[in-house]
Every structure is written in structure tokens, then in C-alpha cells.
Design a protein around this ligand. Structure first.
Ligand code: NAD
Length: 264
């Protein structure tokens, strides 16, 4: 353990279970002395999230659906009432209809396009509108993205388009909020088997492909992502904003299949 987050308070959004990237981040932050509140979506997740919160001595659990502005307002009012200010925020939220995370992108429906953009992209801007007001001593915010925003990945489809918009919004938010000492960054995580990922067609194949072809010849874990998140959320990242940090075992630099990778 270390003291990198001692005296810092913040909100972790997007914890579903102990496979969640948000959980890897929360563990690294707790180990560094951060004080946290967790938001989750819907009563169904509460029974999964409550024991995790207990494990890290987190006593504030907030039900928040980012597709409902009133729910986002209520969540931030609760944080404001509790702490008055925050130092960091983690947005680890994404969603799309899994029927459109397979097949062709061109067949995406308008309804699912708008819903995916709302929950996976706009929600980060929406929470930063509220978080800005609470980051009175500056702060650091982080969202999660994927390489499918930059290059075409099988089955990622409309989620890739939403992540591209999310990555662009990180840059605009960094500019808008930088004057107030608020840093805004993304981590582009390699594939990890989580609830959200299980909705993506042929996800096991994508995992295997990344393991065999990434420079580190392995997949990343939620602990790998947590450690890099700690860097960006703590003062170690004090000069970094608008960045998209790839925590993907180096996969994003590879232009050709590894010679030692067997056909899969
Ligand atoms: P996860 O299923 O554990 O987390 C996704 C979270 O989004 C869940 O907690 C879910 O409740 C929440 N969510 C969905 N709709 C919501 C709504 N309307 N309001 C509030 N919360 C809502 O999966 P994860 O893989 O940990 O996903 C976290 C983030 O990481 C996502 O943005 C995802 O796209 C991103 N990411 C995942 C991978 C991967 O391979 N798992 C790779 C790169 C990026």
C-alpha cells in the first residue's frame, strides 16, 4: 500500500461485480488511501456491490442511471451533501444492445445508436457537468475506452463509434476544465472478460487473439488497469490531461500478426 490518494475523495461509477474494471480501479485507489463512494445501476446490482463496498470500507452506495438526468442530479446532490467537494471521478460505464454487437455495423438501428451514444458517451459529459462544480480544488477524471474506437475490431460496431466520440469528448472536456485544474483522461483497456464484454460477439476469440499478438503476449487484468488509473487519478499524473493511455499489453502498436502466434 501507498499514500498516493491520501486525503482524496471521489466517486466510482460503473461497479457491477468483482470482474468490473471499476473494481480493479477501486482496489488500487483504496490501497492508496482514497475515500470513495460507489454508484451502481439498479437495485439488482446492489446485492453484488454492497459486499464489495464493505470490503473497502466504502459506506456510500448510490443508485444512479446515467440515462436519467434526474438520477444523475440526485447522485451528485448526495455526494455534495456528504462531502461538499470531490477530488476524482471514475466513469466506467458503457452499454449497447448486444444484438448489434455482432453482424455488420451498417445495420445499426437509430434507436440503439442513440441509446449507445447516450449511455456510453454523453453520460461522461453529463457527469462532468456536475463533477466540475464539486471539484473546487481541481481534480482528476477518468473514463474507459477501447481500441475499437481507433480501428475496426470485429463485432464492436456501434460501440466503436460511441467510443470514438467519447475519446473526442475527453479532449474537449480537458480543454474546458483545465483552467480550473481539472484533468480529464481516458484509459484504453485491452479486452477483459467482464459482464459488459460478454455481450460482444466472439469475445473469447478477441481475448485469445490479443493474448497471442500483443507485445507482452498476455491479456491485461483489472489490476493492471487499476494501477494505471492510480497514476492518472493521483498527483503522479499532475501534468497529464486529454490523454488516452493504452493499458493493453501494447496491442495498439502492433501492425502485423506475431510470427510465433499459432492460427486460432
Ligand atoms: P461491467 O459490466 O463490469 O461495467 C459496465 C457498467 O456500466 C456496469 O456497472 C453497468 O451497470 C454500467 N451501466 C450500464 N448502463 C448504465 C446506465 N444507464 N447507468 C449507469 N450505469 C450503467 O464491464 P466493464 O468491462 O468493467 O466496463 C467498464 C467500462 O470499461 C465500459 O465503458 C467499457 O466499455 C470499458 N471497457 C471494457 C473493456 C473490456 O474488455 N471489458 C475494454 C475496454 C474498455
Amino acid at each position: 500500500s501507498n499514500n498516493l490518494m491520501a486525503g482524496k475523495r471521489g466517486l466510482i461509477m460503473g461497479l457491477a461485480n468483482d470482474k468490473s474494471i471499476a473494481w480493479g480501479i477501486a482496489k488500487a485507489l483504496a490501497d492508496a488511501g482514497a475515500e470513495m463512494a460507489f454508484s451502481y445501476m439498479g437495485e439488482a446490482f446492489k446485492k453484488r456491490v454492497a459486499p464489495l463496498a464493505e470490503q473497502l470500507n466504502v459506506d456510500t452506495l448510490i443508485d444512479c442511471d446515467v440515462s436519467d438526468p434526474a438520477s444523475v442530479d440526485a447522485a451528485f446532490s448526495e455526494i455534495e451533501a456528504k462531502w461538499g467537494k470531490i477530488d476524482f471521478l471514475v466513469h466506467a460505464i458503457g452499454f449497447s444492445d448486444k444484438n448489434e454487437l455482432r453482424g455488420r455495423y451498417v445495420d445499426t438501428s437509430r434507436d440503439n445508436f442513440l441509446m449507445t451514444m447516450d449511455i456510453s458517451c454523453y453520460s461522461f459529459t453529463s457527469v462532468m457537468q456536475r463533477a466540475e462544480k464539486l471539484m473546487t480544488d481541481g481534480g482528476s477524471a477518468l473514463t474507459l475506452t477501447y481500441y475499437g474506437a481507433e480501428q475496426v475490431m470485429p463485432h464492436y460496431n456501434v460501440m466503436g463509434v460511441a467510443k470514438a466520440a467519447l475519446e473526442a469528448s475527453v479532449k474537449y472536456l480537458a480543454e474546458d476544465l483545465g483552467k480550473d485544474g481539472i484533468r480529464v483522461n481516458a484509459i484504453s483497456a485491452g479486452p477483459i472478460k467482464t459482464l459488459a464484454a460478454s455481450g460482444i460477439g466472439d469475445f473469447r476469440y478477441i481475448l485469445k487473439w490479443n493474448e497471442l499478438n500483443s507485445p507482452l503476449r498476455r491479456n491485461v487484468t483489472i489490476e493492471d488497469v487499476g494501477n494505471s488509473a492510480l497514476y492518472l487519478l493521483s498527483d503522479l499524473g499532475s501534468g497529464v490531461t486529454g490523454e488516452n493511455l493504452h493499458v493493453d499489453a501494447g496491442y495498439h502498436v502492433v501492425g502485423m500478426k506475431a510470427v510465433d502466434a499459432p492460427d486460432i
